[in-house]
Ligand binder design. Structure first.
Ligand code: ATP
Ligand code: MG
Length: 246
C-alpha cells in the first residue's frame, strides 16, 4: 500500500494500476514503456492540467459535441487507467468506444471488451470488418460502423503512424499525449498535452457545461498550432526558472 501522504502518490497509484493490468494481459509490454515516457513528460509540465491543456480539452469536447459520429479509441493503457471514466464520457458525448491496439491479439481484445462490460458497455472490439488505408496488416483493422465512418476520433495514447493514417482518411483527430514533440501530438487537429486520467476527468466536467452554441464559438477561436507552441514554451520557461534555483 502506498501511503496517501507520499508526494508521488497519484503517480505511483497509476504505475501500480498499469502493472496490475499488465499482469492481467490487458497492457502490452510496450505499454509499460509508453507509460514511463508519459511520466517523464508529466514531470516536465508539473503534473497538473496547465492552461494550454484546458483550452485543448474545451475544444475537444466542443468538437465531439458537434460531430455526427464521434468515436473514442481505446487501448490497454487506457483501459487500465480509466475505463470507467471513458464510459461516462462516451455517454455524455454520444460517442462509440472502439478497441484499437498496436499489438493486436484476440486475447487482449477480449479481455478489454470484458473490462468495459463491467461498466455495462458493449464496445466495438472482436470482429473488425474494415481497414485504415496505408497501414500494414493488423494495425489497420477497424469497424465500418466505428472508426471507419467516424468524423471525429479521440485517440488517447495513439501511435504516430495511425494518427497520420486517420488524418489522411479525412478524420478530425483529437489526441491526448503528454509529449508535445511526438508525431501524434503534432499531427492531431486538437492536441491535449495532459495526463490521460486528468484530461478525461476534465472533459467529463466540460461535457456537462458546454452547450452547442458555445461549442461553435470555442472552435472558431481555437488554434492548435498555438496550443502546441504554448505547451513547449511552458516546459521551456519552467525549466529555465528551475535552473535558476540552483
Ligand atoms: P509517436 O508515435 O506519436 O511519434 P512515440 O512513438 O514517441 O510517439 P508511443 O510509444 O507511440 O510514442 O506513444 C506513447 C505516447 O503516449 C508517448 O508520447 C507518451 O508520452 C504518451 N503517454 C503515455 N502515458 C500517458 C498518459 N497516462 N497520459 C498521456 N500521455 C501518455
Ligand atoms: Mg509511436
Amino acid at each position: 500500500m502506498i501511503p496517501k501522504s507520499h508526494p508521488r502518490y497519484e503517480s505511483l497509484k497509476k504505475r501500480e494500476k498499469i502493472i496490475r493490468y499488465y499482469k492481467k494481459g490487458i497492457v502490452a509490454e510496450a505499454g509499460l514503456i509508453a507509460h514511463g515516457r508519459g511520466e517523464a513528460f508529466d514531470y516536465l509540465i508539473g503534473e497538473k492540467t496547465q492552461p494550454f491543456a484546458l483550452k485543448a480539452e474545451r475544444a475537444a469536447v466542443s468538437q465531439m459535441k458537434l460531430s455526427l459520429s464521434p468515436v473514442i479509441s481505446v487501448n490497454g493503457n487506457v483501459t487500465a487507467l480509466c475505463a470507467k471514466e471513458i464510459v461516462e464520457l462516451s455517454k455524455l458525448l454520444n460517442a462509440k468506444i472502439e478497441v484499437n491496439l498496436f499489438y493486436r491479439t484476440k486475447k487482449r481484445i477480449n479481455l478489454i471488451a470484458r473490462e468495459f462490460k463491467k461498466y455495462g458497455v458493449e464496445i466495438l472490439g472482436t470482429e473488425p470488418d474494415a481497414r485504415i488505408p496505408g497501414l500494414e496488416h493488423n494495425r489497420s483493422l477497424v469497424f465500418s460502423g466505428g472508426i471507419y465512418k467516424a468524423d471525429t476520433v479521440l485517440v488517447p495514447l495513439e501511435d504516430g503512424d495511425r494518427t497520420m493514417a486517420l488524418k489522411k482518411m479525412g478524420k478530425r483527430v483529437i489526441a491526448i499525449d503528454l509529449n508535445p514533440l511526438s508525431r501524434t501530438a503534432q499531427t492531431a487537429d486538437i492536441t491535449i498535452v495532459d495526463e490521460l486520467t486528468r484530461a478525461i476527468k476534465e472533459m467529463i466536467n466540460l461535457s456537462k457545461e458546454i452547450g452547442i452554441e458555445e461549442a461553435k464559438r470555442i472552435l472558431e477561436d481555437y488554434n492548435n498550432k498555438r496550443i502546441i507552441s504554448e505547451s513547449i514554451e511552458f516546459i521551456n520557461k519552467r525549466l529555465k526558472e528551475m535552473s535558476l534555483l540552483f
